[in-house]
Structure formats: C-alpha cells, structure tokens
Ligand binder design. Structure first.
Ligand SMILES: NC(=O)c1ccc[n+]([C@@H]2O[C@H](COP(=O)([O-])OP(=O)(O)OC[C@H]3O[C@@H](n4cnc5c(N)ncnc54)[C@H](OP(=O)(O)O)[C@@H]3O)[C@@H](O)[C@H]2O)c1
Length: 294
C-alpha cells in the first residue's frame, strides 16, 4: 500500500487532495499542532521514522501581505522546512512533491512564463517560496516542484470566498483589473498532483493552472454572475474595476503572472477546465449547492 504523507492537510489544497486521494493509499496528514514547519528538525525526524513512499507538501506561510512583516517565519516555513523535507525524502528514497507559486516572477517577462524563465520575486512571500524551490532542487534533484496561481475552493480563505461573503451581504466591490493571472480550483490542482504520485519519471519544475487568463475583476464578475443567476444577490450589488494603485497592500504583486502549462498537461495527460468553470463551482459550493469534480 502506498504511504502518502501530506503536509498542509487543513489548507485548501490539502483538503482537496484528501477528498480525491485513491482509497487504496494510506494518507497521513498530521496537523500543524503535531508537526510544525517552524521546527524543521522535527519534520525530518518524522519523515525518516515513518518512511512514507510519497511526501506532498502543501503547507506554507501563505499570507502575502503578512509576510512583509513576518519575514523570518515565512522563510522558515517556505524555505528551510521544504529543504529539510527534500533531504529527508532523498535519504529514504521517497518521492517528494512540493508546491510553489507564480509570485516567484515579477510580472514583467514574456508570458506565459515558462518553467525556465528568470525569477525575480517582488515580495517576501515570493522570495521565501523561491528560496524553497532552490533548496528543494539542491537537496533532492528528483523532487517535483509545481508552481501554481490564485488557488480557490469552496472553503478556506481565498478571493472567491471573500467575494461571495461581501456580495451576499449586499456590499458592492471595487476590484483591481490590472493584475492578470489564472484562478485555479484547488480540486483541479489536487487531481493533477495525484496523477503525479509514483510517477518517478517526472522530476523538476512544473507549472499547473486552470485554463484561460483573468484579472481579479473578471473573477469577481464571474462570482457575481453566478450569484445573480440563482438569485442570491440583490440587483443593486455591483462590481467595478479599479487600478492596483487605488488598493495598495503591504506587498507588491506581479501585474501579469500567467504560467505556461502545456508541458505539464502533456506530462500528466490531462487538461484542466477553464478558470470560469472552477470559479462557478467554488461559488456554488460556497452557496451550498452541489458540484462535480474532475
Ligand atoms: N493560495 C493561493 O492563491 C496560492 C497561489 C499559488 C501557490 N500557492 C501555494 O499552494 C500551496 C497550498 O496553498 P493553500 O492555498 O492550500 O494554502 P492554505 O489554504 O493557506 O493552507 C496552508 C496550510 O499550511 C499549513 N501551515 C502553515 N504554517 C504551518 C506551519 N508552521 N507548520 C505546519 N503547517 C503549516 C496550514 O496549517 P494550519 O491551518 O494548521 O495553519 C495549512 O494547512 C502552498 O504551497 C502555497 O504557497 C497558493
């Protein structure tokens, strides 16, 4: 039986992986209260003691603005801990799949970004995730690192859940339309990751997102349309576009961070749906409706 150790099981992606994991695998997902990435030695000891066949790391310090004032913890969780996991998995011959971000790019390069494109993070979160990518590749050249973008789901903290909450309460939204990326449903990324489990022929950097491209404003409009079509929002509620300069946050963000995903689609033999399908599914889930998964 395949023993899969999942770190970050309480997060959006971790929950989706547990929902979709093959029933014949033994999935162990210790929470942060049991295994905390701020204590990397404990993580290494846990891996070498339990000897999983596969380690999937979805745990991360994900507060992009918060990282600006929490640099040390961001680098500990996103940089040092993945390095330790990479070394430990290598020592026991386990497969290691680690998740990273489009925020390793500065948004000024040719898009879509290829895996080999030059990185230049604009914020501490991106820099900490990049340090993790580099360390994982150094400590375990057979590891897989999957960059993704704009994760959303029917739970957890994400842009779609914020939009549903605000619009449902009757608040109109002003949303930036000059940051372009690809919203990616956690369930689709989870499915892609699970297709890679025990694929020892796949190593190195991959990019995975849903299809199409969007601005945050496009996403908010899609949420609003979905809510309108089932009568869960009043006609007076609106979404209007603004520029990033009108909505300054602590962290700078790339203007355009679309990832090239063709090669990953070929590798896994699966093409994820357009982002709109995913955003509608997450919105419906948040509104308590049924949904279908890949
Ligand atoms: N969210 C996005 O838009 C986005 C975009 C691109 C890439 N990513 C990457 O995708 C991956 C999954 O993201 P997500 O959205 O699923 O994240 P999430 O919902 O914010 O969940 C983060 C997970 O990390 C765990 N965690 C945080 N600090 C920890 C610590 N010190 N020790 C142990 N566990 C800790 C959390 O556990 P607790 O709940 O116990 O704190 C939680 O399970 C991450 O690598 C992230 O960097 C995310």
């Amino acid at each position: 039986m395949t023993k899969l150790l999942l770190l970050g099981g309480s997060g959006q992606l971790g929950k989706a992986i547990q929902m979709l994991a093959d029933a014949s695998w033994s999935v162990h997902a210790p929470g942060s209260e049991l295994l905390n990435l701020s204590q990397p030695d404990e993580v290494a000891r846990f891996i070498t003691q339990h000897k999983p066949n596969v380690v999937v790391n979805c745990a991360a310090y994900t507060k992009v603005d918060g990282a600006e004032s929490q640099r040390d913890i961001a680098f500990q969780v996103n940089g040092i801990a993945p390095a330790v996991m990479a070394l430990a998995t290598r020592s026991i011959g386990a497969q290691f799949i680690h998740v990273s971000t489009d925020y390793v790019f500065d948004g000024t390069g040719d898009i879509p970004y290829q895996t080999f494109a030059a990185t230049n993070p604009l914020n501490i979160y991106g820099a900490s995730k990049l340090s993790g990518e580099i360390a994982v590749a150094r400590e375990n050249p057979e590891a897989v690192v999957i960059r993704t973008s704009w994760i959303h789901s029917g739970g957890g903290v994400n842009f779609v859940s914020t939009a549903v909450r605000m619009l449902k309460s009757g608040q109109s939204m002003r949303v930036v339309d000059d940051q372009i990326g690809v919203p990616t449903r956690a369930a689709n990324l989870a499915y892609a990751i699970l297709l890679l489990v025990e694929r020892r022929d796949v190593v190195g950097l991959l990019h995975f997102t849903d299809g199409g491209v969007a601005s945050w404003y496009d996403v908010a409009e899609c949420v609003l349309d979905t809510m309108r079509s089932n009568g869960s929002v009043t006609d007076s509620v609106k979404v209007s576009p603004i520029e990033s300069s009108e909505f300054p946050g602590a962290a700078r963000r790339p203007k355009v961070s679309v990832l090239s995903t063709h090669s990953t689609r070929r590798t896994i033999g699966w093409t994820p749906p357009h982002w709109r399908i995913g955003v509608v599914a997450s919105t419906q889930e948040l509104l308590g409706q049924s949904l279908s998964e890949p």
